[in-house]
Design a protein around this ligand. Structure first.
Ligand code: URA
Length: 238
């Protein structure tokens, strides 16, 4: 691939913009500046490149894991808080990465974003029942009866007559529970906990399918993921 073509695929701008980016000497290969947009470059084989001093490697699909901090909306057109996209570098936004499902503005934890629409659909489609684990800080003390009510299923206002159950629920502290869901209804955890007689004071997603939020990733930080991690994992559901 030519260098300009490679940078174009990676979100560094239009063809014209990447050509002028390279011509102005802001791109380095093997530590040396290159100013010819037609320079052949085997970036697909994993060789890194630098733009404005930052190191990148070619990613055919953009799939990233973000430690979502509170106070950010998953919407592309946020209303009250900045979008989670503002936490990612411009080339990822330019590639069109979008959140995989949504977390509320005040929810923290594991959020995936990708530019692969089919992958996004597969991970969010209700048919696929991807397992999601939430760490719930409750406003009131947790007891065995609360856990039992949740496991037996609660009725939500928009699903009258239906018992909405978690896959798993356990108390993890005097005011904490861990809930595993395989669906993603609107405000589902908050509404389930309220229907069971408590209230969510803080909510954190610790797992999504086979992925766990890395302990080393601080709120607001992100890392690349290999999409192969999400192929045929058992907790991706059917
Ligand atoms: N359930 C909720 O209520 N909020 C979230 O952000 C995620 C799941």
């Amino acid at each position: 691939m030519r260098l300009s073509e490679l940078l174009f695929t990676q979100g560094f701008g239009t063809r014209r913009q990447v050509a002028s980016l390279i011509a102005s000497g802001r791109v380095r290969l093997g530590g040396l500046p290159v100013d010819d947009p037609d320079t052949p470059f085997q970036g697909e084989r994993g060789e890194p490149f630098e733009v404005d001093g930052e190191r990148w490697t070619f990613q055919p699909t953009a799939l990233v894991l973000l430690h979502k901090p509170a106070g950010h909306e998953c919407s592309l057109r946020p209303q009250a808080h900045p979008s989670v996209l503002s936490l990612l570098p411009a080339p990822l936004r330019q590639r069109g990465v979008q959140p995989v499902g949504r977390l509320d503005a005040d929810t923290t934890g594991l959020l995936l974003l990708t530019d692969d629409g089919r992958l996004n659909h597969r991970l969010t489609s209700p048919r696929h029942h991807v397992h999601k684990v939430y760490e719930v800080q409750c406003a009131h003390p947790v007891d065995a009866a609360l856990v039992r009510r949740l496991l037996d299923g609660v009725e939500l206002r928009d699903a009258p007559g239906e018992r909405v159950r978690p896959l798993a629920c356990e108390a993890t502290g005097p005011t904490q529970i861990r809930l595993t869901l395989d669906e993603g209804r609107y405000h589902q955890v908050k509404r389930m906990v309220a229907a069971a007689g408590n209230r969510v004071a803080a909510l954190h997603r610790s797992r999504f399918g086979p992925l766990e939020l890395p302990a080393s990733l601080e709120p607001g930080q992100w890392c690349w993921l290999d999409p192969a991690l999400l192929q045929d994992a058992p907790d991706l559901g059917r």
